[in-house]
Ligand binder design. Structure first.
Ligand SMILES: [Zn+2]
Length: 222
């Protein structure tokens, strides 16, 4: 079965040890975050940003669903502190909740994000049980494309969510100039060749930078 998961960008977290494996957790106090018995190893999971498009797909490699889970248990299941910078998330969890942890593999980022025509009605996990449901979620609506560029979005001012996360993950969520990480600093995405000088929004031209390093550098070429 296919599923849509709706994730906040800051909760997307691979592990530092095994970057090819993604880990996904959800916690809910009053119901199971994913209905019991509806997830199977080998299922496809489509990842949607909470306020944006579907940007990636992955395969379920394993999962655990636990009732009356605690933050400590959840951390242990997710290789704990080796996850990227989730302290705010751990701190936000209530004492007990229903939890699901899903280990993902074969994560692939879409060249073209999908803007679904369906809505989640407050769920953060949507099993695509019927073909109509699948179609509503996995059919892209028309999106304005920049003209004259070979790569989608290469000359639009904003950096898309998927690309932004690819840069952050490639750089280990660390400022490429001073080596600091959140929560000490807030991370930005910096253009090596400035956008104002024709620099493209492509992986090779982007680097993770903290706010101070990014502002200090401005439109100066290194
Ligand atoms: Zn820095």
């Amino acid at each position: 079965m296919d599923h849509i998961v709706i994730r906040r960008e800051e909760y997307v977290s691979g592990t530092r040890d095994r970057p090819e494996i993604g880990i996904f957790t959800q916690a809910h106090q009053t119901r199971h975050p994913v209905p019991w018995g509806q997830i199977v190893i080998g299922d496809t999971v489509w990842m949607k940003w909470s306020s944006g498009p579907i940007v990636a797909a992955a395969t379920v490699q394993g999962f655990r669903q636990i009732e009356t889970c605690s933050a400590v248990q959840l951390r242990e299941m997710t290789v704990g502190s080796k996850l990227f910078d989730l302290s705010d998330y751990w701190a936000s969890l209530p004492p007990n909740f229903s939890a699901v942890v899903i280990w993902l593999e074969e994560e692939r980022w879409l060249d073209s994000p999908i803007f679904p025509s369906a809505r989640s009605r407050g769920e953060s996990w949507v099993p695509l049980k019927a073909p109509e449901l699948r179609e509503a979620w996995l059919t892209s609506q028309a999106v304005d494309q920049p003209k004259g560029d070979t790569r989608r979005g290469a000359r639009t001012r904003t950096i898309g969510y998927a690309l932004r996360f690819q840069v952050l993950r490639r750089d280990g969520f660390t400022c490429g100039y001073c080596g600091r990480k959140p929560p000490e600093v807030k991370l930005h995405i910096d253009h090596l060749q400035p956008w104002s000088c024709g620099g493209l929004n492509v992986l090779e031209n982007l680097r993770t930078s903290c706010e101070a390093c990014n502002l200090g550098k401005g439109a100066t070429r290194l």
